[in-house]
Design a protein. Structure first.
Length: 80
């Protein structure tokens, strides 16, 4: 059964990519985040599109709907 996940969460942990490997599609530096969503038992890995990450920061999902790539990169997070 599919259940819709919340679009607001918080940063569980984070790191910053300065020197990516081959095939990295985002610009650097890139704040990678682990997202905690209420009612979801696993953490989602994603990236913070704007702002400086802090553990516990409230964030909301933003979706690339103009030019979707149909990959996980179509989902990013911004401060809520």
């Amino acid at each position: 059964m599919w259940v819709e996940a919340p679009t607001v969460g918080e940063i569980y942990t984070h790191t910053e990519i300065l020197y990516p490997g081959a095939g990295f599609k985002l610009t650097t530096p890139c704040p990678l985040i682990s997202v905690s969503l209420e009612g979801v038992c696993t953490k989602m890995m994603s990236y913070l599109k704007e702002g400086q990450p802090r553990i516990g920061m409230k964030i909301k999902a933003v979706f690339n709907r103009e030019h979707p790539t149909h990959t996980i990169l179509d989902l990013a997070w911004v401060p809520a």
